[in-house]
Design a protein around this ligand. Structure first.
Ligand code: UD1
Ligand code: UDP
Length: 368
């Protein structure tokens, strides 16, 4: 039987792979879909890309655009040029993009130019901080999309306030949590704690990669300074993003006292966060994962586009003042770890991908 619908799925950066993995698995399970997976090449180092395909059992991309690095503007231009003939030849019924990276906005824009329908997964999140490249990517991608799949109630309010018709908005839950729940048991087999000499609940994990934090020559030393101060109390494991690694080298910063390691694969990183006493991060996705893992998370930013992780989860928005970060870390470490039944945001139940593909089938209808 010939498939009923064709879909193209565009990914490019680390969080994309984690969000697209359960959608690809769901599409491959259904003979009614023919899926084309396109990797833009935005992230290219093995530890930022190939490792996730292996860990999350994502099929090899059908097309790799092989971006050659450069600024986000250059990357956007290269994706538009590379993607147009690929989509024009496949002519999918819908293009799926996830999250808020350069590959997301560029994928959506190319599809719209070709008159194709666009589904945005993780729509509607807003930090209200237009200096963040991701905020612009979210606003533009949402404005171009036909189907907007939201992870939390704030998404609906944000989209309605921007004039998006209610009929395009679907509250389906969180595909990043689909992946977490699917791979949690497998991650428990990781030996990363032994490799790094860590004890369960006896260490903190830190990640930093937002340009506002790591590209500012004053802020990065401040943040590394406070992490080092916290490391006097318990080991702080710091898997270093390539952007951050460059800045540390350029500025000649000392990281003595921290347990540095390269970016980790998904399974090892999930093991690390699951068994951590505390997480300090400026990542978007990690705020959501720690909510489900019930691990206290200090978000080192002035805003978050994921308010549900504060209202219903374990996330604390602490800002960027080193003294405040240190005090909050001390408060968390001196309090009992979160216990009891976790408070799980609505629909963060491992079924988001199934809901999304069900809705797309209803919305696209049968083909003539
Ligand atoms: C991108 C996303 C950000 C996301 C992050 C996830 C945009 C605008 N930003 O930021 O939203 O949170 O990915 O990790 O899309 N590099 C490597 N190897 C790689 C990838 C990058 O060495 O595999 C280095 C390169 O020097 C590159 C720099 O890191 O220029 C920044 O990469 P880029 O993809 O532009 O942005 P990220 O900071 O990774
Ligand atoms: N992550 C990982 N290895 C690491 C750091 C992060 O696997 O060394 C995962 C993390 O669990 C989460 C995702 O990467 O699922 C978040 O991506 P990132 O922080 O790069 O981007 P953001 O979510 O901020 O866009």
């Amino acid at each position: 039987m010939a498939p009923t619908w064709k879909v193209s799925c565009v990914v490019g950066a680390r969080p994309n792979f984690i969000k697209m993995a359960p959608l690809m698995a769901e599409l491959l399970r259904r003979p009614t879909w023919q899926a084309q997976l396109i990797h833009t090449g935005q992230h290219y180092s093995p530890e930022m890309s190939d490792q996730f395909f292996a860990d999350l059992q994502i099929p090899r991309p059908d097309v790799h655009l092989g971006l050659s690095g450069g600024t986000p503007t250059r990357q956007t231009a290269d994706i538009l040029i590379g993607l147009e003939p690929v989509l024009d030849s496949f002519r999918p019924d819908v293009l799926i993009v996830v999250g808020d990276v350069t590959s997301t906005i560029a994928g959506a824009l190319t599809a719209v130019r070709l008159g194709l329908k666009v589904a945005h997964v993780e729509a509607g999140l807003r930090s209200r901080d237009r200096t963040m490249p991701e905020e612009i990517n979210r606003i533009v991608t949402d404005s171009l999309s036909d189907f907007l799949f939201i992870t939390e109630p704030s998404g609906r309010e944000n989209l309605l306030a921007e004039g998006v018709p209610e009929s395009r908005i679907f509250f389906v839950g969180n595909v990043m949590i689909d992946t977490l729940l699917r791979f949690r048991q497998k991650a428990a087999e990781s030996t990363i704690l032994d490799q790094l000499g860590l004890q369960e609940k006896g260490y903190a994990v830190a990640t930093l990669h937002r340009p506002a934090n790591v590209d500012d020559p004053k802020r990065l030393p401040d943040l590394i300074g406070v992490l080092t101060k916290i490391a006097a109390h318990l080991p702080v494991v710091f898997p270093v993003h390539p952007r951050t690694q460059k800045r540390i080298v350029d500025l000649g910063l000392s990281t003595a006292g921290l347990t540095l390691c390269p970016p980790q694969g998904y399974l090892d990183f999930l093991r690390l966060t699951s068994a951590a006493r505390l997480v300090l991060t400026d990542s978007g996705g990690i705020q959501e994962e720690t909510t489900i893992l019930q691990v206290p998370c200090l978000t080192l930013r002035e805003n978050t586009e994921r308010p549900v992780t504060i209202h219903e989860g374990t996330n604390h928005l602490v800002g960027l003042d080193p003294a405040r970060i240190y005090d909050k870390a001390a408060e968390v470490l001196n309090s009992p770890p979160p216990g009891g039944a976790p408070r799980v945001p609505k629909h963060w139940d491992g079924q988001a991908s199934r809901r999304i593909i069900d809705i797309l089938e209803q919305q696209l209808g049968g083909r003539p």
